[in-house]
Design a protein around this ligand. Structure first.
Ligand code: PAF
Length: 283
């Protein structure tokens, strides 16, 4: 498997792919790969000739320095996992911070038609400027035909679609379903940092989302939200940061339900000092 730490070397290979009219599928990651990432890579390979996987813990999207420092970095294991998918059709780009940012580790400031102000944007200051900055830069380096993102970070997915639209970036952004452990916990690189007790209770998050979905069939968003907040109060190991039912397109919290719209429920929860997010389509 080809692993590049340097964007100019990667660019030479990309140029070579382009002269051969090969389609490039791109899976940006922050490493600590799990089955969810591998499913994105498999999808990329099923729709393109090659998959480029970036492994880069992007400093500008962390609002919490401790989280950045403790974020798992497991490049060797990541490469071994990717080899189980394909050894010759995957290219890894694992740069150092300087290769991406030079000596100016700063994010650009973006507007995404208001999508950036909701949920994660409200609770994690500067997060989506960091995501926008790195994804735009990676798109410029990799110049993929298609790029694959998991729906676990649904707001991020919508924002990246908006980034591509507003900045006329020639890439098709493809959202892929959330990958879950057998007990329902949404797969996340952060799950490896959960204590045994927190890991045991964490499936409560998806259980509650599923019940919220059922309740939303007959009850108002306000009623469902109050019910969810009550459930989390009974669960001492999990601290609810937010539960929001929002319009799928605008991500604005729903005030009055309309049959013409689709909705999604979003949740952010602390399990000890690990922050977990999840979401579910409601209709
Ligand atoms: O979802 C992630 O892992 C990151 O936000 C991304 C898209 C790789 C950008 O750093």
């Amino acid at each position: 498997m080809k692993v590049f730490h340097n964007k100019s070397e990667l660019s030479q290979l990309i140029d070579d792919f382009k002269t051969k009219n090969m389609l490039i599928g791109f899976v940006p990651t922050m490493g600590a790969l799990h089955e969810g990432h591998l499913s994105l890579v498999e999808k990329a390979l099923s729709e393109n000739h090659v998959a480029v996987v970036s492994v880069f813990v992007n400093p500008t999207q962390f609002d919490n320095q401790e989280d950045l420092v403790k974020y798992p970095r497991t490049l060797e294991t990541d490469i071994e996992l990717l080899k189980t998918v394909s050894d010759d059709k995957i290219v890894v780009y694992a740069p150092a911070v300087e290769d991406v940012y030079g000596d100016d580790v700063k994010s650009q400031s973006f507007k995404f038609d208001g999508l950036e102000n909701e949920m994660e944007g409200a609770f994690r200051e500067g997060h989506f400027n960091g995501v926008g900055t790195i994804v735009k830069r990676l798109f410029e380096i990799v110049t993929p035909n298609r790029a694959y993102f998991g729906e676990k970070d649904f707001q991020q997915l919508q924002i990246i679609k908006k980034l591509v639209e507003l900045h006329h970036i020639p890439v098709k952004v493809i959202g892929c379903p959330i990958h879950r452990a057998e007990d329902g916990l949404a797969m996340s690189s952060r799950n490896t940092r959960l204590t045994e007790n927190h890991r045991k209770v964490a499936p409560f998050i998806y259980e509650t989302l599923k019940s919220a979905k059922t309740k939303f069939g007959t009850k108002s968003a306000k009623n469902v939200t109050e019910w969810v907040e009550k459930q989390f109060k009974k669960q001492p190991l999990l601290e609810l940061e937010y539960f929001i039912i929002a319009d799928t397109d605008t991500l604005k919290p729903v005030k009055r339900k309309s049959t013409k719209k689709t909705y999604r429920a979003f949740v952010a929860v602390y399990a000890g000092d690990i922050r977990l997010i999840d979401n579910i389509a409601l209709n």
